[in-house]
Design a protein around this ligand. Structure first.
Ligand SMILES: *Cc1c(COP(=O)(O)O)cnc(C)c1O
Length: 320
């Protein structure tokens, strides 16, 4: 499968593989959020997905397509957190081995959960070492299949099933706001929109400290930056993926940025008003609507809440 062939039907096939394995997460609304923005907001709550983030969808979909030979050797990946847990859990469900290469400063909760799901964790230094190099070497040595966190067709199509469910549940939308790191969720969501709500504007939202996606969309080619310093640990990537950009450049309307302060404000809003714990990265899309970054008044707006995995002590520090 090549990237240019990715289309809505691939997301449908992923949805069939995920049926019965992934939760169909709730879509919540908030009268307060609607009053504040003048929009009708629909929050797709992937913080309630298995292992606490949408990443279960892509990981499970990718592993579900393994051949017997691939299953026998196991799966390997690199991740700063949620994809690690997603691969570890999906591998356990499939009954295969998983090795995960994680930065040594990954949130403790995410490291612990990955180990609890039975994944073997190998640490590296994200500021001095190249994780893809380490991953490729280990994969070759062990014969394991590398499933990267975003730059993979099966991962993209799995992630797209969240937006697919949202459109199925609430119908066509005017705008869809999607957190953006490496672009798995954004590319998959754009494919879902192309099939179910073709007039919907799909907008990626990334941290201001790491606007490589925005630069890439404007330039028409993938722009690389240094590791961004942001509280959005799930979006600390240096560039979007190639398979991802191929979809993003064709199907995404805009990419905007929000500040860490806006993410904190949004975390507080979710905790106080909607009684929800959302991790900083999970707030990217919502912050764009709630903090006025994207004009949404009068529109029907989908907001992907991508995850809820944050250490409670860290959560306390941030919202204090
Ligand atoms: C991985 C992740 C993102 C970014 O997803 P990409 O597919 O890399 O763009 C956003 N939010 C959360 C909670 C994540 O774990």
């Amino acid at each position: 499968m090549t990237e240019s062939m990715l289309q809505y039907s691939d997301v449908e096939q992923a949805a069939a593989r995920l049926a019965g394995a992934a939760h169909r997460t709730p879509v919540l609304t908030s009268a307060t959020a609607d009053a504040r923005t003048g929009a009708r907001l629909f929050f797709k709550c992937e913080n309630y997905q298995r292992m606490g983030a949408f990443k279960f969808r892509g990981a499970f979909n990718a592993i579900a397509r393994f051949t017997d030979a691939q299953r026998a050797a196991g799966v390997l990946t690199f991740s700063s957190g949620n994809h690690a847990q997603a691969i570890a859990l999906s591998a356990r469900l499939a009954g295969i081995r998983a090795t995960i290469i994680m930065p040594n400063d990954a949130p403790a909760l995410k490291v612990q959960a990955t180990k609890e799901y039975g994944g073997e964790v190998i640490f590296y230094d994200r500021y001095t070492e190249n994780r893809e190099e380490i991953a490729n070497r280990l994969a070759a040595e062990r014969g394991m299949t590398l499933i990267p966190p975003y730059d993979h067709p099966d991962v993209i199509c799995g992630q797209g099933t969240a937006a697919r469910e949202l459109f199925e549940d609430v119908g066509p939308l005017d705008i869809l706001l999607v957190p953006l790191g490496g672009g798995g969720l954004l590319a998959g969501s754009a494919l879902a929109a192309s099939g179910l709500s073709p007039d919907c504007k799909v907008i990626g939202v990334e941290p201001e400290a790491g606007n490589d996606g925005q630069q890439s969309l404007r330039k028409g080619e993938i722009v690389h930056i240094g590791v961004p310093k942001t509280i959005a640990d799930g979006a600390m990537v240096t560039h979007v993926g190639e398979h991802n950009f191929e979809v993003i450049r064709r199907r995404v309307d805009d990419i905007v940025t929000v500040t860490d302060a806006q993410l904190v404000e949004t975390m507080k809003f979710f905790a106080e008003r909607m009684k929800m714990v959302v991790e900083p990265t999970g707030c990217l899309g919502a912050a764009a609507a709630l903090c006025g970054v994207v004009p949404v008044a009068g529109k029907r707006v989908g907001v992907l809440i991508s995850g809820g995995n944050v250490d409670l002590s860290r959560f306390g520090e941030l919202v204090a």
